[in-house]
Design a protein around this ligand. Structure first.
Ligand SMILES: O=C(O)CCC(=O)C(=O)O
Ligand SMILES: [Fe+2]
Length: 206
């Protein structure tokens, strides 16, 4: 949806207006979140936005059909998100879990609440200060589950810009832990690698 939104007529008519409006609001929220995260990293509030982290948004609608035998499969396999930040809206069905201290923890649906995930690329540029969260979605028999995931990543623009650990966050005592990469190369690598639950970040470690 950003930086090059599709022509509106290419979006399904039934959700066209709300998709455009929702994406615009998520872009605004993203800017605020990147300002807060910059401050959390003890950087200038505009640091992450000045690196264009808030400029690209990919919009994914997920539909998980009801599953008659949910114990035999997963709705969505364990992974961490590749981009910088994810804004997730889930319906009331539930099933999202995050991995915390080697344990799967439910993220119950809360009316009016959004789930914000740190992505791999934010972990990389923060030199592991912020951690991308591993998560999965359980299958369920209650009924279809719907979610909307908006990914902040600049991959959809043909950007050659390289990202690596932010220089203000590294020092002799805390050297860079990752080599630089373009967002495009990181996402290509992570997308096409084996689905084995191991983060693509491992491949970029120094
Ligand atoms: O459907 C969900 O709640 C999670 C979706 C997800 O993890 C993703 O799109 O990366
Ligand atoms: Fe995800």
């Amino acid at each position: 949806m950003a930086p090059s939104p599709p022509p509106p007529e290419e979006l399904p008519e039934v959700c066209r207006d709300i998709q455009i409006e929702y994406s615009n609001q998520v872009m605004k929220l993203g800017l605020v979140l990147f300002q807060l995260l910059s401050e959390a990293l003890k950087l200038d509030p505009n640091h992450l936005a000045d690196m264009d982290l808030d400029k690209g948004l990919a919009f994914f609608g997920h539909y998980y059909p009801a599953c008659p035998q949910p114990d035999l499969t997963m709705g969505g396999a364990k992974h961490s998100d590749y981009g910088f930040l994810t804004v997730l809206l889930q319906d009331e069905i539930g099933g999202l879990q995050i991995l915390h201290d080697q344990q799967w923890v439910d993220v119950p649906p809360t009316p009016g609440a959004l789930v914000i995930n740190i992505g791999d690329l934010l972990q990389m540029i923060s030199n592991d200060k912020l951690k991308s969260v591993e998560h999965r979605v359980l299958a369920n028999k209650k009924g279809p589950r719907v979610s909307v995931a908006c990914f902040f990543s600049t991959s959809i623009a043909p950007l050659t810009k390289k990202y690596g650990p932010i220089k203000e966050l590294v020092s002799d005592d805390n050297p860079p832990r990752y080599r630089e990469t373009t967002v495009h190369d990181y996402i290509q690598y992570s997308f096409y690698k084996e689905v084995d639950g191991v983060s693509g970040l491992v491949h970029f470690k120094l």
